[in-house]
Design a binder for this molecule. Sequence first.
Ligand code: HEC
Ligand SMILES: [Cu+2]
Length: 358
Amino acid sequence: MNFWNNPLWPEAASKDAAAHDKLFFTITGLSVFFTVLVCVLVTVLAVKYRRGTKADRTNPIDHSTKLEVLWTGVPLILALGTFVWSARLFVENRDMDRDAMDVFVVGKQWMWHLQHMDGTRENNELHLPVGQPVKMTMISQDVIHAMYLPAFRAQYHVVPGRYTELQFTPTKPGSYRMLCAMHCGTHHSEMVGWVHVMEADEFAEWKEANGDKNRPKAGSVIEAGKMVFEDKNCGSCHTGENNVKGPSLYGIMGEQRSLANGQTVAVDNDYLRLSIIDPTSQIVEGYDKTMPSYSSLTEEDILALNAYVKSLGNAGDLVPFERPGAPVPPTATAPDSSTDTANRTASPSTTQTEDEIQ
Ligand code: HEC
Ligand SMILES: [Cu+2]
């Protein structure tokens, strides 16, 4: 399946591809239409009124409100229409699907490094089951790259120092190009790979056959994170409860944090990453600058640590053990669980109010 032989158009192999193609063709069509219209008018009028022709030059029109409204109004409506259309597609596509299958991506000069949540690693290749929404969490180890999957009409920058996300749903089995769309150095053009979309049972077989070969000893990403956590002795300060040495990391993913400087921030992958490599940048309220910096950890170790922290009592996820001292969650009775979760995880040493949590 090599679409280089057909340079005009890559295959449409994702859920959003058709909608994006429609928009793309509409914008291209409009541009071609107006370009041709203006070119033809310029040529015809230039020829007709060139010096020396006998064209009728009596009563030259110097103003026509009707014409002006027409040539301002029509393009305005068309432009606003395409704006609303594309903005809606964009917002829909950037609204991340929480139930999507997670894939971690690290870009580096000049290769793509991909990891499935069960720990299976791949380089410049990614195997996916058909019909399954996929969410990539991506970061670069060096310069700016861009994950570009033309057949899925998906592209997003992969930058050092912060996570970006990309989601798509492959709809057709086959092999499709994975490219880097950001000029990232000498061998940028070689930073290419393949996405292999397979039927669900084939994918399961592939996992079975290749999992062991590619899987690190630690097993899943969460287990790998746990290994780093134990290796670096994070647990000497972070236990299941807030204590004098450090705050509990249980259930913090997705919650709000009050900082010593009075700010409130949301705990997400970026916050966790910063807390680990540069702890003094954001001090949790009630604590001092006692956590050492772990800036020497690799991006992969940090991604694994994040996955591990997220697994610690995040509602609906893997819960290794009950948070000590946590009140029994009112699962059956409380349909509006947002404040309950916040209350459960609000730490005794910080003074979060209901307002801050919102
Ligand atoms: C010497 C004790 C100590 C060690 C060891 C330590 N931390 Fe911390 N950690 C703290 C303290 C104190 C804070 C709160 C102050 C701050 O934000 O820096 C904190 C905050 C954090 C936060 C932000 C938590 C929140 O509630 O918002 C994260 C995430 C974190 N640590 C992860 C780690 C990881 C991962 C490791 C191991 C690689 C680690 N820590 C090792 C003491 C420690
Ligand atoms: Cu690149």
